[in-house]
Design a protein around this ligand. Structure first.
Ligand code: ADP
Ligand code: GN1
Ligand code: MG
Length: 376
């Protein structure tokens, strides 16, 4: 958000118990939803850093429920990490109450802000780049899911209803086409045709949920590679962040979105589609990492649909970008007017390439699964 002046940010930051005096507040990260700032403070020549985040009001209508999920999940994870002999300050988020003990601060415009300890000596990546990175990211999300396997699922609020309900995403696209709020309909005829030609695939997983053929688990639901922190020294993926969409879901949503966001040769918003391709080796690395943590917990139906979920999550995301483009960019943060269309095009190209590789992906996934079980 551009209208958050430094003066305004300082006033907001003053509501949190940051140590010492604030010396800098600057935008950080490349998330599409919240506005994220890195706050640096100094106290007796020691620097302390925090994340200050504006919760996107269009996306998250109920900040109390959102923060209840985040607080409960992080404190549950904290205990698990301690039991595993890990470092809870580094392996999960530590959020800060405001000075008057609220989980977020509501500013004079009604916008809600929250703060976390900044986790230092780390970096995030916007694409998978190499098999090791992919494998580590998948393992981190696998460990995350494992640690939450006995989380009391009924305690979770659905922060974004129907988040990965692909048929509902198609309904939203059709509504956007009918409304044409942005007047851009003529620019996207080809993309609409592409999306509609794949609509028959949209309900495969939701149908399997209805028939009891896939188990509902506590899942992250936004396993984009830049939602995991990598250690600057060891380059291990050590902390899963962006917990806003931790909700009941399918393990396949987490697997599929990891592929969508990591297994391409260029960024999600690459304008030159010739540079944006699916990399089968990155798929294999992610599948191997995921299965190394999850194989024993997964059902055969889950394993059999891993490759399909990569296609479905990519298709769904492309449909969401297209919908937002038609709606006039009301949901995802954009840097230029055609940003959402560019993102939609990369996703649809990835879908096409995944489709071409589907048989090989299925075969290799089955082999990796057998191997992962043998290694347990
Ligand atoms: P969004 O919902 O917009 O994606 P995120 O919560 O993912 O927001 O944060 C955006 C980026 O900010 C992350 O990709 C990461 O680079 C950085 N970030 C967020 N929280 C932390 C943290 N506690 N420590 C270090 N970096 C963080
Ligand atoms: C958003 O918040 P961020 O940038 O990690 C979105 C995901 C999309 C992703 C596409 C809450 O993720 O669902 O897959 O953009 N998050 C939300 O890049 O809608
Ligand atoms: Mg994020």
């Amino acid at each position: 958000m551009t209208d958050n002046t430094n003066e305004k940010l300082l006033k907001i930051a003053d509501n949190f118990p940051f140590k010492g005096e604030i010396i800098e507040i600057k935008r950080t990260g490349s998330g599409h939803i919240n506005s994220t700032y890195l706050v640096t403070c100094t106290d007796s020549n020691v620097n302390y850093q925090y994340i200050l985040q504006l919760i996107n009001p269009t996306v998250f209508k109920k900040p109390d429920e959102l923060m209840s999920n985040v607080m409960n999940v992080t404190s549950f994870l904290r205990n698990k990490i301690i039991l595993d002999g890990g470092n809870p300050e580094r392996e999960t988020l530590t959020f800060l109450y405001t000075k008057d003990s609220s989980p977020y601060y509501r500013d004079e415009d009604g916008a809600c802000w929250r703060a976390y300890n900044y986790i230092g000596a780390c970096t995030t990546y916007d694409k998978g780049d190499d098999p090791i990175k992919m494998m580590r990211s998948a393992k981190a999300f696998g460990v995350f899911q494992k640690r939450l396997a006995d989380y009391p699922i009924d305690n979770l609020f659905e922060t974004i209803p129907n988040f990965h309900n692909t048929p509902a995403r198609y309904d939203q696209l059709k509504e956007a086409i009918a409304n044409n709020a942005s007047g851009r309909l003529d620019m996207v005829r080809e993309e609409i045709e592409f999306a509609l030609s794949r609509e028959k695939d949209a309900s495969k997983l939701t149908d399997m949920i209805k028939s009891g053929d896939l188990p509902i688990r506590v899942t992250h639901n936004d396993t984009k590679i830049n939602n995991v922190l990598f250690d600057l020294i060891t380059n291990e993926a050590f902390c899963v962040i962006d917990l806003d969409t931790v909700m009941p879901g399918l393990s396949l949503y987490d697997f599929g979105d990891g592929i969508r966001s990591g297994a391409a040769t260029a960024d999600e918003d690459e304008q030159d589609l010739d540079k944006f391709n699916f990399d089968l080796n990155l798929y294999y690395a992610y599948a191997e990492g995921f299965l190394s943590e999850a194989a024993t917990a997964l059902t055969q139906n889950e394993v059999d649909n891993m490759a399909f979920s990569a296609k479905l999550m990519t298709l769904e995301c492309g449909v969401r970008f297209l919908t937002d483009f038609l709606n006039g960019d009301v949901y995802f943060g954009i840097k230029y007017p055609e940003h959402n269309l560019v993102r939609c095009r990369t996703q649809f190209k990835l879908v096409r390439e995944i489709e071409k590789n589907m048989d090989e992906m299925n075969e290799k996934t089955a082999e990796l699964y057998r191997r992962a079980l043998l290694e347990k």
